[in-house]
Design a protein around this ligand. Structure first.
Ligand SMILES: Nc1ncnc2c1ncn2[C@@H]1O[C@H](COP(=O)(O)OP(=O)(O)OP(=O)(O)O)[C@@H](O)[C@H]1O
Ligand SMILES: [Mg+2]
Length: 401
């Protein structure tokens, strides 16, 4: 197949040859199998595996046209993803697949196969809540975000990075789908579950105070080049095993408010909790484990960012206690706000999560959606109030009661 960037999508046989001749990861006479395993909407993901000893790798190839809809999307995202994975590997070793090679002509990213890890979204849906999640996710966030800010980095180098990572088309997707349309459906793309139209109308489309708060979050997202973000840190980009996590797919990486990444991780965990509560109310143990995870994730992230700050920030003006306090307060306030916008957009927008769409009984689906929307609104409106993990989970418990 000819890709619209003039290059061509490799066939599985071509990927096998590429893995030998360009990547030198397999011997010429080694028997291998190659399968396209991508399940996302955007790119093509090939796995090549040796039949001799089982070793394997991944080649992710991007096209100018989206895999799912055929809509065009700037191919630059592939270069961003490769560069971001390399940066994340240096900041948080072991948390991302190792990049073996990036081929700009083919928009092909070759990397470590992390198939031994499982999708966090699917694991949580199945009721597998790993004890280490809050610890590892908070470490990844603190290690990758604060060191990329002006508080730590050389100012000029940071600006060069801002320039490299800016991708207007990918930012535009977030600005519309996450931070506009759920409140102002000007493109008519929202998908509202029948029965919840009036609720959405009143609570999202007509609440001017909410619009003002989302307006602030949108403006911050667009203008605050604070830290280098992953940009799409939902639980389908997080993979997990008994020991740890691997984070993939940073093609949306750009310089924005670090609360956006933190909020995406926190927000997505509420889908698992809501799913459990409405579909298996008797399974209180899993709900409790999710509650503990969310609570610890919020508090550990705040604590680790603060520790990172003390360890890494040396510039005298930024060492002033009042600045430090207000900076860290704002990061977490943003995080709760963006957790709210993430929750809401996955319920009313057209890019929903499986925890919501798989619930087909209206008797469960309608109240579940309302609870999630209420939680999203709470997080957006109350985000400035120095929320703690306890306050956040208590709020959802009250909404579910
Ligand atoms: N390094 C890897 N090792 C193993 N599996 C991988 C790896 N990278 C991607 N995959 C698999 O391919 C799937 C799609 O990958 P990814 O999310 O990066 O693609 P995408 O097309 O960018 O998706 P999206 O529509 O979510 O942006 C993942 O869910 C995972 O199952
Ligand atoms: Mg992707």
């Amino acid at each position: 197949m000819c890709l619209s960037n003039g290059s061509s999508l490799m066939t599985p046989d071509e990927v096998k040859r590429y893995a030998v001749e360009v990547l030198h990861r397999f011997a010429p006479d080694e028997e291998t199998v190659c399968t396209e395993i991508g399940d996302g909407n955007i790119n093509y993901v090939f796995q090549v595996r040796s039949l001799r000893d089982g070793h394997s790798l991944i080649v992710k190839q991007a096209d100018r046209l989206l895999r799912s809809s055929g809509r065009p999307l700037d191919i630059y995202r592939s270069k961003v993803e490769a560069q971001m994975l390399r940066l994340e590997a240096s900041l948080a070793p072991g948390y991302v697949p190792e990049v073996y090679h990036y081929d700009e002509t083919k928009a092909a990213l070759s990397m470590e196969d992390i198939s031994a890890y499982k999708s966090l979204r699917k694991e949580l849906m199945a009721g597998h809540v790993y004890d280490h999640l809050a610890e590892h996710l908070s470490t990844f966030l603190a290690k990758t975000l604060l060191p990329t800010t002006d508080l730590v980095m050389d100012r000029q180098e940071k600006k060069r990075r801002v320039r490299f990572f800016i991708d207007p088309e990918l930012c535009d997707i977030t600005e519309d789908l996450v931070l506009t349309e759920p409140y102002y459906d000007y493109k008519g793309r929202n998908v509202i579950t029948p029965g919840n139209e009036a609720f959405v109308e009143t609570s999202l489309y007509r609440d001017e105070m909410l619009h003002a708060e989302v307006g602030k979050l949108r403006d911050t997202f667009m203008n605050d080049a604070q830290a280098l973000l992953h940009g799409d840190l939902h639980s389908g980009s997080i993979f997990v095993d008994a020991q740890g996590v691997k984070i993939i797919d940073p093609e949306f990486a750009f310089y924005g408010p670090m609360g956006y990444d933190i909020g995406n991780v926190i927000g997505n965990l509420f889908f698992s909790w809501a799913y459990r509560h409405f579909t298996a109310p008797e399974d209180t143990a899993t709900a409790q484990a999710l509650e503990t995870t969310i609570c610890s994730l919020c508090d550990l992230t705040a604590a680790k960012l603060s520790a990172q700050y003390d360890a890494l920030v040396t510039f005298p003006l930024y060492r002033a206690e009042a600045f430090r306090r207000s900076y860290l307060h704002r990061v977490m306030a943003d995080a709760y706000g963006y957790a709210g916008t993430e929750i809401i957009r996955r319920v009313v927008g057209d890019s929903k999560v499986i925890e919501v769409t798989s619930v087909t009984d209206p008797a469960q689906r309608l109240p579940m959606e309302r609870a999630l929307i209420k939680m999203g609104i709470f997080l957006i409106k109350e985000r400035e109030r120095d929320l703690t993990g306890d306050a956040v989970v208590e709020a959802f418990r009250l909404i579910l009661a």
